[in-house]
Design a protein around this ligand. Sequence first.
Ligand code: ZN
Length: 161
Amino acid sequence: MTSEQHAAADDRCGICAMIARLSAGEFPDAIAELPRSWLILGDAQLYRGYCVILAKRHAREMHALPRGEAHELLDELMAVGKAIERVAKPLKLNYECLGNQEPHVHWHVFPRYSDDQMRLEPVWTRPAAERRRPLPDDERQALIAALQAELRTLLPAARLI
Ligand SMILES: [Zn+2]
């Protein structure tokens, strides 16, 4: 983080705390540092390929980000979506920017699959205990490597972790 972004961090914010761990190289599911965000593999790998993009700057809402930064963040989001689509070949992607629990701009990108009996529902209607399925370590590493390989071409500015 630059000093400007660090100064904007909120001590009570769980996502700012995650970003501090990412910056320190202490976050196990890190995928890439992008110019405006950090990309991590999410914990709900029932949706294989699920990722979360964390805005580097602490802001409650997209419109509270400087306009250029918000647009660059959306460009990063689209590249991440394309990378997930190429790697996981889902039926559909769900992009969600909620922030009810952690009011710091972040986007969930969920691949949805045809064999999901709840595929017409938002992922959040499935109990957390079912969603939060970790991958075996070798599969997790292979998935992260595949996403990084796509990002290398889609977003050359990405620093792969
Ligand atoms: Zn924050």
